[in-house]
Design a protein around this ligand. Structure first.
Ligand code: DC
Length: 217
């Protein structure tokens, strides 16, 4: 079967994860959540006591870090040097640290190679921030999902509701800070590729977004 690369970028809470997973399943593609790769680097840095501003420390860390994406019945699992870290990546602390380390050149350089290797010649849907602009500028189809910040905060808050006591306002503020960090950084900032199809998901449900994407594939 011929390779097929689809990129789905956008800010936190725009609906990328659910949509990307479903689109991948319906097109018979593998799904790769690249945010999880940044989160795994953040977790490894925290475990090693390396601050996000310490580029020399991050370089050494990345040189010794091997990331593997494994597909299981319960979805994508991420192994860092052979250890399954998937269930440790979604805490508020790792979320904040992932945004901080993702601005650092050694981390972006390291993950660029990891991501391109994962995509090489395969059928894959990649979800992230710079998939269409930097990692796969020649992707077959590029999408950029966006939504009003209040809608994104409400979605994220209801996703978290069962395991978190964060208020809607705190969730909104965390998203706003992450939007600022991810869009303002010098390297591979969050922005739509010029040839990306932009979809505003504020007033669409998941099925509506999936249908809009599949119509272009
Ligand atoms: O998608 P996510 O929330 O799991 O991503 C965590 C952080 O990783 C996000 O704040 C920005 C960074 N990231 C990135 O810089 N580039 C990507 N392709 C994916 C994520």
């Amino acid at each position: 079967m011929k390779g097929l690369l689809i990129t789905i970028d956008g800010p936190a809470g725009a609906g990328k994860t659910t949509v990307s997973r479903q689109v991948a399943e319906r097109l018979g593609c593998r799904y790769i959540d690249t945010g999880a790769l940044y989160r795994a680097v953040a977790l490894a840095a925290r475990t090693a006591g390396i601050e996000p501003e310490n580029d020399a420390g991050l370089t050494r860390l990345c040189e010794a870090l091997h990331l593997d994406v494994v597909r299981t019945e319960t979805g994508m699992r991420l192994l860092a040097n052979g250890e399954d870290v998937t269930d440790r990546l979604r805490t508020p602390e790792i979320t904040r640290l992932a945004s901080a380390v993702s601005a650092r050149p050694p981390v972006r350089h390291f993950l660029l190679t990891v991501q391109r290797t994962l995509g090489c010649g395969k059928r894959v849907v990649f979800e992230g921030r710079d998939m269409g602009t930097v990692v796969f500028p020649d992707a077959d189809r590029k999408f950029f999902l966006e939504a009003d910040i209040d809608a994104r905060a409400r979605r994220r808050h209801s996703e978290l509701a069962a395991d978190s006591d964060q208020t809607l306002e705190a969730v909104r503020e965390a998203i706003r800070q992450r939007d600022d960090n991810d869009s303002a950084r010098a390297l591979a900032p969050l922005k739509p590729a010029e040839d990306a199809i932009r979809i505003d998901t504020t007033f669409l449900d998941i099925e509506g977004v999936i249908a809009a994407i599949l119509a272009h594939c």
